[in-house]
Design a protein around this ligand. Sequence first.
Ligand code: GLN
Length: 249
Amino acid sequence: MCRHLGYLGPAVAVSEPVLRGEHSLYRQSWAPRDMRAGGTINADGFGVAWWRTDGSVSNYRNPMPIWTDPAVGDVLSQIEATAVVAAVRSATVGMPVDRGACAPFTAGRWAFSHNGVVPNWRTTLGQLATSLSPAHLLELEAPTDSAALWLQLRARLTQERRGSDWVAGELAEFAGSVVAAAPDARLNILLSDGETLWATTYYHSLSLLSDDASVVLSSEPYDRDPNWQPVGDRRIVTAVPGHVCIEAF
Ligand code: GLN
């Protein structure tokens, strides 16, 4: 299954958290260690999102393997940000390999990534989408479970700032409704507004590295730092530098 990473901390080149460590997200595209039978490599594209000083989010996505794109080293290394969300993708069988299917998905000040699968996503997620308007549904960026999850979650999120507990509550309620409708789902979500990282675990791996100045959530640890903590299953994480909250959902 895809691998994703979120970083908050001192300003860095947006390529830096992607390339950081001997087991970087970049390397995890061809040599992941903990895919839990959900694919073998993450070569179906990648994406990087970062936040501008006005709080809005930008992203760069490419449906080709990350190692084929010189922009990672040549262009993304020239942009600095204090918040980055990145993902490398292993397309679920039956889903297109297309730029619009690559995480992170973005809107306004939000960036979203999904590591996992929702079996029979059209039926399962369709049942949960009955309150959404046709115009909103037509904004689906790609015919994939991840794009449909994002379409639904973003309908719950506001563009004005609310407390991080409110966002965690919305995410927990949303994730709970998805796994109630699809208990076989794999649902590791990563969400950020550039100031806080939120994440869910449901079947797939996630690790946390945090200190007073920065915080990283990553599908797999990118180095041997002994401070990496594995996040248990069926958890919701709310993280800012210096403060992390992990709860069951
Ligand atoms: N099902 C999603 C997709 O195809 C995510 C895949 C994954 O986590 N490997 O994009």
